[in-house]
Design a protein around this ligand. Structure first.
Ligand code: SF4
Length: 230
């Protein structure tokens, strides 16, 4: 199994009936009703030899649930790609569609929940249903993976059990999410350590209020590159 096999499998997943119904209802909730929606689980995006994973929350109904690519087609994604481009990790500052030519360098985007949830709030059982997809993705990335930048508390809490069940040691009590928090997790089997970095989520709730600025996000990613280089 490689990342392409995983991506091919995840887009067919129907494990969560509530989310399947919600993601597929999106076109009827849109003003542009003739627009074609992806309306399926959204696979990871980025090269298989990435050293930096970006872990978000879940697709937005009219963002990546529409375009079929992580963080593509909404304001959260606009903000994130602008920062990634500024620090040299994305080939373009704007992400518009699945076939806009965007290339990520050294970064793989993934999410703990792959289908758009109502009010951006997945249920605990939906998060648990989706966990094996994230676990498999991190396992496949593991040979090169050195840093996980986690956007928001939901992703942080969803990711820690995945890392514990894999091959990294998570301190007890578990570290709390915060912007700028950085935790180095040793490997349990002699492999490379993984550095976990917290960043406020790039949602308009944070970016429109100034709680999260471009410079703050760029700083996190510059730091992620430095850590990966160590
Ligand atoms: Fe499958 Fe995850 Fe979507 Fe649930 S959220 S249907 S587990 S891809």
């Amino acid at each position: 199994v490689d990342l392409q096999d995983l991506d091919n499998a995840v887009v067919d997943c129907r494990r969560c009936p509530r989310l399947v119904a919600w993601r597929e209802s999106a076109p009827t909730q849109s003003r542009a009703r003739d627009e074609e929606y992806w309306a399926r689980p959204v696979p990871g995006f980025g090269p298989a030899d990435a050293r930096i994973a970006v872990i978000g929350l879940a697709p937005a109904l009219h963002g990546s649930n529409r375009t079929g690519r992580m963080f593509t087609g909404d304001r959260s994604g606009d903000f994130l790609f602008e920062a990634l481009y500024a620090v040299g990790l994305a080939s373009q500052p704007h992400a518009i569609s699945r076939d806009d030519g965007m290339r990520l360098t050294d970064v793989r985007m993934a999410a703990p929940v792959r289908c758009a949830p109502p009010e951006n709030k997945p249920l605990p059982e939906e998060r648990d249903n989706c966990r094996p997809w994230l676990a498999q993705e991190l396992e496949l990335l593991r040979p090169t993976l050195r840093v996980a930048v986690v956007l928001g508390a939901f992703g942080w809490q969803a990711l820690l059990p995945v890392l514990e069940a894999a091959c990294w040691t998570v301190p007890k009590p578990r570290p709390k999410f915060g912007h700028g928090v950085e935790v180095r997790l040793p490997s349990t089997d002699g492999g490379a350590p993984l550095t976990l970095m917290g960043c406020f989520h790039v949602s308009p709730h944070n970016t429109f209020t100034g709680r999260l600025t471009q410079e703050m996000v760029r700083h996190v990613f510059r730091r992620a590159v430095t850590v990966a280089d160590d």
